[in-house]
Design a protein around this ligand. Structure first.
Ligand SMILES: [Fe+2]
Ligand SMILES: [Fe+2]
Length: 195
């Protein structure tokens, strides 16, 4: 089967559209986090947005390989989430839900690609699904920390680090203002599994 006539091409186009939207939605969340003074959170979100950009870039690359001629247009019919409002903490939960949705979709697209004989693309979908699973866990972790007020306040002593100047110290609760550079608490790096 030629990629140009396949369901997989449609799925690549849907995925490209989904990834570019996800990247932009996360830029919105990052923007909100910076506006509210949560710079360290914004940095984490920025990295996830960059991951989505690169997923989109790889999907686009495979679409380009489908034909030596210019592909003028690909018609797709698909739904995309528009549920996020301008509530920072709530958006973290909604983003986790979106990640779960994408992970499941890519597992389905992986299956179709294998059935159509596109092993490389199937593997790309599989690898991307595994990243979305990590993103989901990270967003859920962030949501739990910020919704319960434990992002900067822990039960046990941990090491905090200022993202502004690099100052480190151990305590249960992060400083209000960095003792070295006076940066606000929002600059203290978060305690998350993958940053
Ligand atoms: Fe992605
Ligand atoms: Fe993701």
């Amino acid at each position: 089967m030629k990629l140009l006539e396949s369901k997989t091409l449609q799925n690549l186009a849907r995925s490209f559209a989904g990834e570019t939207q996800a990247s932009t939605r996360y830029k919105f969340i990052e923007y909100g986090a910076r506006n509210e003074g949560y710079n360290a959170l914004a940095e984490v979100i920025d990295k996830i947005a960059f991951n989505e950009f690169n997923h989109g870039r790889m999907f686009y690359t495979y679409i380009q390989q489908a034909s030596p001629k210019m592909i003028e247009n690909i018609d797709i019919s698909a739904g995309y989430p528009f549920k996020e409002k301008w509530n920072l903490v709530e958006n973290l939960k909604l983003a986790a839900d979106d990640e779960e949705h994408d992970r499941n979709l890519y597992k389905e697209f992986e299956k179709v690609a294998r059935e159509e004989g596109f092993e490389e693309i199937a593997n790309l979908f599989a690898m991307t699904a595994s990243v979305e699973e990590c993103h989901k866990k990270l967003f859920l972790d962030l949501y739990q920390q910020f919704s319960s007020g434990t992002a900067y306040k822990k039960d046990k002593t941990v090491k905090w680090k200022c993202s502004g100047c690099g100052y480190e110290a151990e305590s249960k609760e992060a400083w209000d203002k960095c003792p070295l550079c006076q940066a606000e608490q929002g600059f203290v790096m978060l305690q998350v599994a993958s940053k």
